[in-house]
Design a protein around this ligand. Sequence first.
Ligand code: G6P
Length: 362
Amino acid sequence: DETDKGTYPFYMLKEIDEQPNVMRRLAQVYLSETGAPVVNDALLASMKKADRIYIVGAGTSYHAGLVGKRLFENLTQTPTEVHISSEFAYEQPILSEKPFFIFLSQSGETADSREVLVNVNAAGHESLTITNVQNSTLSREATYTMLLHAGPEIAVASTKAYTAQIALQAILAKALGEADKQIVAQRFDIRQQLGLVATGIQAIVDEKDKIEALVKQSFLKTPNAFYIGRGLDWGVSLEAALKLKEISYVQAEGFASGELKHGTIALIEEGTPVIGIITQSKTAGLTRSNLQETMARGAKIITIVSENLAKDSDDIVLADVDELMTPLISVVPTQLLAYYTSLLKGLDVDRPRNLAKSVTVE
Ligand code: G6P
C-alpha cells in the first residue's frame, strides 16, 4: 500500500527517499525505449503556437515553476514567466498575443490557482495542468493534463512533488524544443539525465547521517538561517528556506547571493547558519565570495556544491548532471536539513502547525 508509512517515523522521510524511484518512473511513463519524450501531440501543437509560456502555482509548486522557466527558455527559446497564483488572479500582467498556461499543483485543488484557471478559460486560452492527482479540479478544468506519478504525498511539506514537477517540465521542454528543431534540445539527453539524477539523489539520501550531524552542529538553537545562491541556485534557496520554515519554525530566507550586501547582510550574527548552493559554473566563484563575506561577519557556513565545482572543504557534494537539472539533486540535502531540524526539535514533522496540505480557500 502506497499510503503505508512502513518503518518510517514520518511520511516526509519516506517521500524524500522515494525520489530516485519517482525519477525512474517518470522516465518509464514519458520516454520511449529510445529515450524520446512521449507527449500528447495536440498538447505539443498547442504549445508550439504559443509566443509565451505562463507558469502559475503556489508555495512549493511556484518554486518548481522557477526552475521550469529556465528549462523552457533554454530548451525551447520561448519566453517564460512564472507567477504566484494568488497574485496573478488579481494583478494580471499584460498577456502576450498567444499565451500558453501551465498550472503546477501537486493536489490539483489549490483555490488560488483555480481562480487563475477560471479566468484563463473565460478568455479562451489553452492550458496544461501538471498535477499528482488524476481528476482533480485543476486537471478537469484545464485543456490538458500531465500526471506526476509520484504516488500519494501525505506529509504537508512537499518534497517528491517538487522534484517530479521539475523532471516533468524538463521532459516537456525537451519534447517542445525538439519539435521546434532547437539544437540545445536535440542535444539534451533527458533519459541519461534522469538516470544521473536518480543516482545522484540516492547518494544524498544514503548520506543522511552526515546531514543529521550538520543539523546537530548548527541548526537546533538558531532562530534564523539563510540559503543563498544565484540563478537556479537562488530558486532552490527559496524552496529550501520554505521547507525549513514550514516544519522547523526557523525563520529562514532564500536569497540571491549578490543581493545580500544590499541590506540583508546586516542580519548576520555570530553563528548564523548561511547555506550556499553552488551548482552553476558561471556564478560559483561569486557565490563563494558572498559566503566569505558572511563568514567574515560571524556566519556559520555550509556549502552544497556540484562535484565539478567542489573543493575539499565543501560540506555536501552533489553528483554532476547538466546544469539545468541540478535543482533536482541540490534540493534534497535541504529537504533533509529541514527534516532533521524538525525531528530533533521534537516537532510533528508531517503535520506542522497552521498549515494544510491542500488549501481550498483564497
Ligand atoms: C499548501 C501546501 C504547500 C503547497 C501549496 C500548493 O500551502 O502546504 O506544501 O506547496 O499548498 O499546493 P499545490 O497542491 O497546488 O501544489
